[in-house]
Design a protein. Structure first.
Length: 249
């Protein structure tokens, strides 16, 4: 398994925070990682300290630009295919080409151990392209009561994509985010999710941590901004768990 999508149609669940920090810790562990930012909001791009770029995911997917020219290096072992607000207008062009992202990424596969794709918080054409391009999925879910409800809808879409476009697509793991061990709510939600999904849930949980929220405003991942924080420890453990699951896939 090499291509991993990070997907949830619900916003505010820590999806981009996970994309940035997982990519960074995988790179620190010696992996060669490419992070693909498919969200027009560009949060993964800015969160890694990168600004707008003339060559980006939009120009590659729609404009025919060369993908190698659009990739930028952001740290040792970590590269980025930056996003663009123009991706908002790519829906009409990509809706009939759900395999376009997979085609674009194919020439890059040999250069990386893992390609992570940060999808927008929707189930539109961009997310469909991520699902078709992915071999595995990481689904961040917030520790709240509606988590399973939203997850059920997403997994229905995954099943449809698997049967129509991408039979190799599988769930790498569900990631519980914004977890507060002091509250009964978080404990109950975790118990509920694990009771329903079992070993499909990562053992690592991401805590509610102010440092995680602050880091993107400095263009840094949590390992740069606050390496001793609880958020940093959690994403380091997640990177280790993801590597194990990828190797076992």
């Amino acid at each position: 398994m090499k291509r991993v999508g990070i997907v949830n149609q619900k916003g505010g669940v820590g999806k981009t925070t996970t994309a940035i920090n997982l990519a960074a810790y995988l790179a620190r562990a010696g992996q060669r990682v490419l992070l693909v930012d498919l969200d027009p909001q560009m949060n993964a791009t800015s969160g890694l300290g990168q600004g707008p770029s003339e060559k980006n995911a939009y120009t590659v997917l729609v404009g025919g630009a060369g993908v190698h020219e659009a990739v930028v290096g952001v740290a040792q072992g970590l590269d980025l295919l930056p996003s663009s607000p123009d991706l908002v207008g790519a829906t009409a062009e990509l809706v009939e080409h759900p395999g376009r992202l997979a085609e674009v990424l194919r020439p890059l596969e040999a250069a990386y151990d893992l390609i992570l794709m940060d999808a927008p918080p929707s189930l539109g054409a961009l997310t469909l392209n991520v699902l078709v391009a992915s071999e595995g999925l990481i689904v961040p879910v917030q520790a709240e009561y509606y988590a399973l409800e939203g997850l059920a809808g997403l997994m229905e879409t995954v099943d449809q994509v698997r049967s129509s476009f991408n039979p190799s697509l599988r769930l790498l793991g569900v990631l519980i985010t914004m977890y507060d061990p002091r509250t009964l709510l978080s404990q109950q939600v975790e118990s509920n999710i694990r009771g329903n999904l079992g070993d499909k849930v990562f053992w690592t949980v991401i805590p509610r941590n102010v440092r995680l929220a602050e880091a993107p405003s400095y263009g840094q991942d949590i390992g740069q901004y606050a390496p001793t924080s609880s958020g940093a420890h959690a994403y380091r453990r997640l990177a280790e768990e993801v590597m194990r699951r990828v190797q076992e896939a």
